[in-house]
Write a protein that binds this ligand. Structure first.
Ligand SMILES: [Ca+2]
Length: 539
C-alpha cells in the first residue's frame, strides 16, 4: 500500500508538471508519463486492435448495479472475454445485494479491486482524491481514442467525468437521448369530449376542467381525477414546470437562481392552489404513492400525467376493459410566456474507474475504450447478435420476440445478460424505441425532434434535484444550509396547496425566512460549482 501511494504521488507530480512544460502543444511528451513501449489501442487502419491482451488476463472488479453483483457468466461478458482476452472476477459474492455495505467493507479492508464502479459519483471521487482511484486523464489521452473523442465532442460527458480537482476518476455511462419524462393525456377522453390536444398551460387548464366536469368516463359520476402523478413526492416541481418555475435551483443566463425567490414562483403556486381547489389535481397527490398510475388508469379515473415512457404501456391491456382506452404523449404545454420547455432530461451517470492497486491500468483503459466502439456499443445495448437481436434487411437492429415479450421486460432481459450495466458506455436508448408501442415511438420521436425544448446549459439534476459536484470546503456547509431550507420549503408549499395556510399572507415572511436560513450563501456555493462545471466542459 505504501509503495503504491508513493508511485501515485510521483505520477500526480508528473501530471501537474507536464502540461506546463509541454506548453499545451506537444502531445508526444505526455505519452512518456504513462508507459512506454506499449502498442497503441488502434491498428494502423484505425480499427480497434483485438485481442487487447495476447493471453487471458484477469482483473478483479467491484460492481453491483440494481442489486445485481457483476457476474462473468453473463453472455455479454463472455463474448467480451472472447474478443478481448480480458476477464473480470467479481469481488462481491453473488448473494450479496447490499452495495453500500460491500463498498465500505472493501475500503476498510484496504484491498481494492482493480476496477471499481459505485452508485455515487461523489464517493468515487472522494476515493480518487484519497488515492484509491487513479486519475485517468493521461491514460485516456494516450490509450482511449474513442473515449477521448467523446470527451471532445460532448461537453456534458466531459463535465460529468471531471472532479473538482480537475482529475477524471471514472468513465461515465453516457446518455445519447435527451428525453426522460413526457406529458401524457387520455386521447379517448379528448375525442369523447370533442377537445383538441392542449398546447399551452391555459389550454391544459381548460381540458382538465372539461375532464373534471363533463364525465368522460361516462359513469354519470363526477369522479375523474384530471391530473395525477405516481411520484407525488416530486409533484410540486413537475407541475410548477408548467409556469417555468420549481422549488429548486435553476440557471438563467449563466447565473444560478433559487426559484422560490423569483416572480414565476408566485404565478406557479397561485395557479397550483387554484387547480387543486377546483379538483383538477388528485386530492391525494401527496399520499397516493407509486401505484397511483396503475390504480387510477385501471379504474378509468386518471386523465393526464407527466411520466416515463412506460405510461403508454397500458394501451394494449386496459383497452380490453375500457373500450377505446388510449394514452398518448403530447408536447410540453407552453408556459405563461409562450415558451415550450421540457425540464426533465437524461444526464450521464456513474460508471467505473481504475484503482491504485491495479497493476496494468493501460490494458484496463483499452478495455474501457472498446465499449465505446461501434461493436462494443452494440454488445452493451443490444446483447448478442443471433441470440437477442438480428440485423434486418434494411440494416437496422431488431430484438427477437422472446426479448420483446420477455416476462422481465426488455430492459430486464438485457440486464440479465449483462447489457446496459453500470459501466462507462454509450447508452443509446434504442432499446427503448425498439421495445415500446406505436404511441411510445411517436412521443420519443416528437421530443427528440425538438432539442430546443431541452436546455443543455443546466447542470445535472437527479429526480429533479440538483446533482452538482462541490469543492470539499463548500460541501458540508452547503448540506447544512439546504438541510434547513429544503424541508421548510416543501412543508410550506404542501400547506398552501392543501389550504392549511395562506400563500398570500405567508409570502413575505417565507422569503425573509429563506434569507435567514442562508439561501444567499447556498446560491453562491452553487454558482462556484456551476462555474467549475461549465469550465470543465471546454478543452
Ligand atoms: Ca365520471
Amino acid at each position: 500500500m505504501k509503495k503504491r501511494t508513493f508511485v501515485l504521488s510521483i505520477l500526480i507530480a508528473l501530471f501537474c508538471i507536464l502540461p506546463l512544460a509541454a506548453g499545451g502543444s506537444s502531445e508526444a511528451s505526455s505519452a512518456s508519463s504513462v508507459d512506454s513501449g506499449v502498442r497503441p489501442t488502434l491498428n494502423e487502419d484505425g480499427s480497434f486492435h483485438l485481442p487487447i491482451a495476447d493471453e487471458k488476463t484477469t482483473f478483479s472488479i467491484f460492481l453491483n448495479f440494481n442489486n445485481m453483483p457483476f457476474d462473468n457468466n453473463w453472455a455479454v461478458w463472455k463474448e467480451l472475454e472472447e474478443r478481448t482476452n480480458i476477464r473480470f472476477e467479481s469481488v462481491i459474492s453473488q448473494t450479496n445485494s447490499n452495495e453500500t455495505e460491500a463498498y465500505n467493507l472493501m475500503l476498510s479492508s484496504g484491498n481494492l479491486a482493480d476496477v471499481i464502479g459505485y452508485v455515487s459519483a461523489a464517493d468515487l471521487e472522494k476515493l480518487g482524491r484519497d488515492g484509491g482511484l487513479i486519475p485517468l486523464n493521461d491514460l485516456i489521452d494516450e490509450y482511449a481514442p474513442n473515449i477521448k473523442a467523446l470527451m471532445e465532442s460532448d461537453p456534458a460527458f466531459r463535465q460529468y467525468a471531471t472532479s473538482t480537482d480537475g482529475n477524471i476518476y471514472f468513465i461515465p455511462k453516457n446518455q445519447v437521448m435527451n428525453n426522460a419524462e413526457f406529458w401524457f393525456i387520455r386521447a379517448d377522453w379528448l375525442d369523447k369530449l370533442g377537445l383538441e390536444v392542449p398546447t399551452t398551460v391555459d389550454e391544459l387548464y381548460d381540458v382538465l376542467t372539461a375532464f373534471r366536469n363533463e364525465d368522460p368516463n361516462g359513469n354519470g359520476l363526477k369522479d375523474e381525477i384530471p391530473l395525477f402523478d405516481r411520484a407525488g413526492w416530486k409533484m410540486p416541481d413537475e407541475y410548477l414546470y408548467l409556469w417555468d418555475t420549481s422549488i429548486e435551483f435553476y440557471v438563467r443566463d449563466g447565473k444560478i437562481t433559487y426559484e422560490p425567490l423569483e416572480e414565476n414562483f408566485k404565478t406557479g403556486v397561485t395557479n397550483l392552489i387554484k387547480w387543486y381547489c377546483e379538483g383538477l389535481i388528485d386530492p391525494e397527490i401527496f399520499t397516493r404513492g407509486p401505484k397511483s398510475r396503475d390504480t387510477l388508469l385501471a379504474a378509468d379515473l386518471g386523465g393526464c400525467t407527466h411520466d416515463w415512457i412506460s405510461a403508454v404501456s397500458y394501451n394494449g391491456t386496459l383497452d380490453k376493459d375500457i373500450p377505446g382506452f388510449k394514452m398518448i404523449g403530447i408536447a410540453p404545454p407552453a408556459d405563461q410566456n409562450g415558451v415550450v420547455k421540457e425540464r426533465t432530461m437524461r444526464y450521464p451517470g456513474v460508471g467505473w474507474g481504475i484503482s491504485s492497486q491495479c497493476e496494468d491500468p493501460v490494458t484496463v483503459i483499452k478495455f474501457m475504450d472498446y465499449l465505446f466502439t461501434e461493436e462494443g456499443s452494440a454488445l452493451m445495448n443490444w446483447g448478442i447478435e443471433g441470440e437477442s437481436y438480428y440485423v434486418d434487411e434494411n440494416g437496422d437492429f431488431q430484438f427477437y420476440d422472446h426479448v420483446l415479450n420477455s416476462e422481465q421486460t426488455t430492459t430486464g432481459y438485457l440486464r440479465s445478460i449483462g447489457a446496459i450495466y453500470r459501466v462507462g458506455m454509450n447508452q443509446t436508448g434504442e432499446y427503448e424505441l425498439a421495445s415500446t408501442n406505436e404511441e411510445g415511438v411517436a412521443v420519443i420521436e416528437l421530443y427528440e425532434a425538438h432539442p430546443e425544448w431541452y436546455d443543455n446549459s443546466q447542470p445535472p439534476y437527479a429526480d429533479g434535484k440538483l446533482d452538482m459536484k462541490y469543492f470539499s470546503e463548500d460541501e458540508t456547509r452547503y448540506e447544512r444550509i439546504m438541510g434547513q431550507i429544503e424541508p421548510y420549503v416543501q412543508e410550506k408549499l404542501q400547506s398552501w396547496i392543501l389550504g392549511t395556510s395562506d400563500f398570500e399572507a405567508d409570502y413575505d415572511s417565507f422569503i425573509n425566512e429563506l434569507h435567514t436560513r442562508g439561501i444567499d450563501e447556498a446560491i453562491e456555493i452553487n454558482q462556484r460549482a456551476y462555474d467549475f462545471y461549465i469550465g470543465s466542459g471546454s478543452n
